[in-house]
Design a protein around this ligand. Structure first.
Ligand SMILES: [Zn+2]
Ligand SMILES: [Zn+2]
Length: 389
């Protein structure tokens, strides 16, 4: 890296040169060193052309330029050893932009495409986006249509995503001659090794833009608002995602658009605990209702229904309401609602109720008195306490 030349020197501009000045200097040098115009010393011209193009890309990007000014060449390489990749530059500021928008609900996911990682041959796919959407349990039950307004990267209307200034068009890349690939041969003690990688000058697109579109600064994309209609199917589970094909970011190199992933968060409903298509609901009943049986009204996800409590229902018993759970996202078939019965023990009694309960206790023959099971238990507990157990 130390052998790299100073970007300002390469372009022959001052450290405080403005964008126009840099553009002008680059245009002049690009014409001088364009390999197609230098057939007699093509290789050298190509090398120079690459150098000035790299300098131009860095100095025209505010962030990159600031880092270059502060840290030199090292500052503009994300991963030290990596060679110059055009795609790194075109992508970077888009991602920065996104983090600012919509209160952090939308951000880059780097699914497949995007920068870094597995760079495929040919134009890259645009970055995928993620949008987090909260719905109530009832909305998840019914399903819903939602219109999202996203502030995101959209194809530049000025150049239609071609990245070239209006009236000009991208040219065949002089480094790879339009193939988008570079073959390099390494000599090692074990022999020659040839490897193919995407062309560093055009990021594998095979095209080179001499005059970038001024509206998008050669990115092919600008910030814009986009309305997207999403259908959330009935029965959607918390954390499920819906892919909206082609609604991610535009490709930085003329490839397909990325996708939008809508990640659905189903809010908790204090009345229902959900597990897939099954729903659990707790219902309090009185002691007489449990003992004698009753018909009660129970809340379900789609309204109240009547349910029979059989006589002799125990505390904690689970009764089933068939087909009253959540629908299955694919088949629409509904699961069950499980009603967990909680028998309430009264905490305050009227004199009349107390009298009745005492009568009941007497009829069961279990009124607490000295020598009864309960007081024996108490005694035992007292001994255990004194032993510190
Ligand atoms: Zn444009
Ligand atoms: Zn190329």
């Amino acid at each position: 890296m130390s052998t790299k030349k100073d970007y300002y020197e390469l372009l022959g501009v001052a450290k405080d040169a403005g964008e126009d000045e840099i553009k002008k200097a680059y245009r002049k040098l690009a014409r001088t060193y364009h390999p197609d115009l230098n057939p007699e010393n093509k290789e050298e011209a190509e090398e120079r052309f690459k150098e000035v193009s790299e300098a131009y890309e860095v100095l025209m990007d505010k962030d990159k330029r600031a880092r270059y000014d502060q840290y030199g060449h090292e500052g503009v390489y994300s991963n030290g050893a990596g060679g110059f990749q055009w795609s790194d530059f075109t992508h970077y500021s888009d991602i920065e932009d996104l983090f600012g928008g919509l209160g952090g609900t939308i951000f880059d996911m780097f699914f497949g495409g995007g920068r870094g990682g597995s760079r495929r041959r040919g134009p890259q796919k645009g970055a995928d986006l993620r949008y987090d959407l909260s719905v109530t349990l009832h909305q998840a039950f019914e399903g819903l249509e939602k219109s999202l307004t996203l502030e995101k990267s959209v194809t530049c209307p000025e150049c239609g995503g071609s990245r070239a200034k209006k009236g000009t068009s991208p040219r065949t890349c002089p480094q790879c001659h339009g193939t988008g690939q570079m073959q390099s041969v390494r000599n090692t003690p074990f022999g020659q090794f040839a490897s193919v990688s995407p062309c560093s000058m055009c990021s594998g697109t095979g095209q080179f833009i001499e005059e970038p579109c001024p509206a998008c600064r050669g990115r092919g994309a600008v910030r814009g608002k986009r309305k997207i209609d999403v259908r959330i199917p009935a029965g959607i589970d918390d954390g499920a995602h819906i892919r909206v094909s082609g609604e991610g970011n535009p490709s930085p190199s003329g490839g397909p658009q990325g996708d939008l992933y809508v990640v659905v968060h189903v809010e908790q409903d204090p009345r229902f605990y959900r597990e897939g298509t099954e729903v659990v609901h707790e219902r309090h009943i009185s002691y007489p209702q449990a003992a004698l049986g009753d018909e009660i009204t129970v809340e379900t996800i789609d309204g109240k229904v009547k349910m029979r409590i059989p006589s002799g229902t125990q505390h904690g018993a689970v009764l089933r309401l068939r087909g009253k759970g959540m629908p299955d996202m694919r088949t629409g078939r509904r699961g069950d609602q499980h009603v967990k019965v909680l028998v309430d023990v009264p905490t305050s009694l009227t004199d009349e109720q107390r009298g009745l309960l005492e009568q009941l206790a007497a009829s069961f023959g279990d009124s607490p008195e000295p020598g009864s099971k309960q007081s024996k238990k108490k005694k035992k507990k007292g001994i255990l306490d004194s032993l510190g157990l």
